[in-house]
Design a protein around this ligand. Structure first.
Ligand SMILES: N[C@@H](CCC(=O)N[C@@H](CS)C(=O)NCC(=O)O)C(=O)O
Length: 248
């Protein structure tokens, strides 16, 4: 028998043996990650929407910020920054929503669709994730939580800064259908968390046709969108209370 044929037969035999052995071995259950969250939190919802898109199941562990559950010694051991979301999985403990979402995407083959491995495509996604964290969501944070949590008046200057960031996002969406190119990525999911929070506090997007169209498309791409993002509604309730308290 020719050596090449012998090699081929050997390879087939080894493959069959390995397959047989694998079938006899009990499958190790895939360990679910523990996910520490609080429903109104946009960063938490961003990870939860990513998990839905990737079909990842997590052990959901509620951390009620209003009860100070993020300040307990146990939680501070997990995250010295005392912020949610936190993900604990197979010996790794992660905070920072965008890093957690990237970890989930990187850990699965299907993740490449929303977090491409191609350096240029990934760089575009990262750029938009940083724009969301550093500008759009940041400007929401500077304006609304001081009002809704601290009772501060509407700050016109901060309002203008937020409008400016929203206009920038509108401009990006005139260049591409999705935030970072021609397909939905992690960046879009991050923006959905931010935009849905802005919508909940009554931000008027009617002047922004690209954002409005993109928002509808994005929601359609996220399984169980209404359920997984329902925590945004708490911002709406807070805004209603603020208006009542301030006779608006
Ligand atoms: N950049 C972080 C922000 C996390 C964050 O600030 N979470 C808030 C809730 S939305 C929090 O846990 N605040 C409690 C605290 O800072 O003590 C991320 O994206 O995960």
């Amino acid at each position: 028998m020719k050596p090449i044929v012998t090699c081929l037969l050997l390879a087939i035999a080894v493959a069959q043996l390995t397959e047989g052995a694998m079938m006899m071995m009990p499958r190790r259950p895939v360990k679910k990650a523990d996910f520490y969250y609080f429903p109104p939190s946009a960063p938490c919802r961003m990870v939860m929407m990513t998990a839905k898109v990737l079909n990842v199941d997590m052990n959901m562990k509620l951390v009620d910020l209003t009860k100070g559950e993020h300040l307990t010694p146990e939680f501070l051991q997990l995250n010295p920054q005392h912020t949610i979301p936190v993900l604990a999985h197979n010996g790794i403990v992660l905070s920072e929503s965008r890093a957690i979402a990237a970890y989930l995407a990187n850990s699965r083959q299907s993740g490449e669709k929303i977090y491409p491995k191609d350096p240029k495509k990934r760089a575009m996604v990262d750029q938009m994730l940083y724009f969301d964290m550093g500008k759009l969501y940041q400007r929401f944070l500077e304006l609304y939580p001081p009002m809704l949590v601290g009772g501060a008046p509407f700050d016109v200057e901060k309002g203008k800064k937020l409008d400016e960031a929203v206009m920038m996002f509108e401009e990006y969406l005139t260049r591409n259908k999705w935030a970072a190119g021609n397909q939905m990525t992690l960046a879009d999911i991050a923006f959905v968390a931010t935009v849905s929070t802005l919508e909940a506090v009554g931000y008027d997007f009617s002047k922004y046709p690209k954002i409005t169209a993109w928002y509808g498309n994005s929601k359609n791409m996220i399984p169980d969108y209404e359920k997984v993002n329902e925590g945004a509604g708490i911002w709406k309730q807070m805004m209603m209370k603020y208006k009542q308290d301030h006779n608006m």
